[in-house]
Design a protein. Structure first.
Length: 351
């Protein structure tokens, strides 16, 4: 750099000594020890002198500015430290900013590939409360929070964690694409849930109630039984239940009791529990369940083939009406409430 400045200065001095008037001059500028570049510049002596003066002033101003900055840093190191701290905080804030929240999971979820059968299901409420319902029986509740996992390469991953009252997570789902339509627990998938609509929930519960009405109609309609295994009690015939749809708990009354509990609530639960008790008998030797198959009578049916329409929706209730109707019953209408654990039918009618 110094050599370049010396060479340039020598060239300018030579120009001042030999130039006359405004005739153009040739200047050879040495840029390095091995390279020489010939630059032809049309400049008058006055222009050359002005350029040299401007360059000198610029260099002096830059040096002064640098000196001022250095002095400020030396006289007030706190300013430098504060600036560095602010920069670090900004970096940390950018690193920890999370695009996910518990609101991503609000709604209804069910295990993949098993909707419509006995399976685990999950409800997440607007306040972050989550209720897991297990196919084998029982429930577990908690609150959803977002957890962060740091990786050796400096990257981060996020998890929807459901925590107990002591803030201990008992299950976590990897945060992924938004809006969230599927969640997986664990790095390798684990439990997989898919989001379902309130219309799906309503149709499933209506179908459950239709099944109860058919099965407990005295004819065990749509229910697998063994006609060769019967018992007679008080002049009524009861037939052995063999339907494997209830194999999770038992092949009979216990499974029906769970179905009633998960389908209806309030006065309807009391009514259907009474019908259930009248419709089943348990054999003493092995505990097998026998269902009433005499004195058959008609039953009603929710036609959910084309889905349902949801109206009057609140955080804890809604009404569902079947889009299809049958010639005898018309359209089925059911009023649902959230009982703290599940959506259940509080009342229903056919129009």
């Amino acid at each position: 750099m110094k050599k370049q400045m010396i060479t340039m200065t020598a060239a300018l001095m030579s120009l001042c000594l030999t130039a006359c008037g405004s005739d153009p001059v040739n200047i050879n500028v040495s840029l390095s020890g091995d390279t020489t570049t010939s630059v032809t510049t049309e400049m008058t002596v006055a222009e050359t002198t002005a350029a040299e003066t401007t360059a000198a002033v610029t260099e002096t101003s830059a040096a002064a500015a640098q000196t001022e900055v250095s002095a400020a840093a030396q006289t007030d190191p706190a300013q430098t430290t504060a600036a560095q701290t602010a920069a670090a905080q900004t970096t940390d804030a950018a690193k920890t900013a999370c695009p996910y929240s518990a609101d991503d999971l609000v709604g209804e979820w069910v295990m993949t590939g098993t909707f419509g059968t006995r399976t685990n299901s999950l409800t997440v409420r607007k306040d972050g409360t989550a209720i897991m319902r297990y196919a084998g029986g029982g429930t577990r509740s908690g609150k959803v929070r977002i957890d962060t996992e740091d990786h050796p390469d400096g990257s981060e991953s996020y998890w929807y964690s459901i925590c107990d009252t002591d803030n201990t997570a008992w299950i976590s789902f990897a945060c992924d694409k938004q809006p969230v339509s599927q969640i997986n627990s664990g790095q390798d998938g684990g439990m997989q849930f898919v989001r379902i609509s309130l219309e799906d929930v309503a149709a499933e519960k209506m179908n459950n109630l239709t099944f109860l009405m058919k099965s407990l109609s005295g004819g065990a309609v749509d229910l697998a039984t063994n006609a060769n295994e019967t018992m007679t009690v008080d002049g009524q015939t009861y037939t052995l239940v063999t339907d494997e749809r209830f194999a999770i708990n038992s092949l009979g009354k216990a499974a029906f009791e769970r179905l009633v509990e998960e389908t209806v609530t309030g006065a309807e639960y009391t009514r259907w529990k009474g019908i259930l008790d009248e419709s089943f008998r348990i054999s003493e030797p092995d505990g097998s369940s026998y269902i009433l198959t005499s004195n058959a009578h008609g039953y009603q049916s929710f036609e959910t083939g084309s889905g349902v329409t949801i109206t009057d929706q609140t955080d804890t209730s809604f009404t569902a009406t079947t889009k299809d109707a049958n010639q005898i019953d018309g359209r089925g209408v059911a009023h649902f409430v959230f009982d703290g654990i599940n959506w259940t039918i509080e009342s229903y009618e056919f129009q």
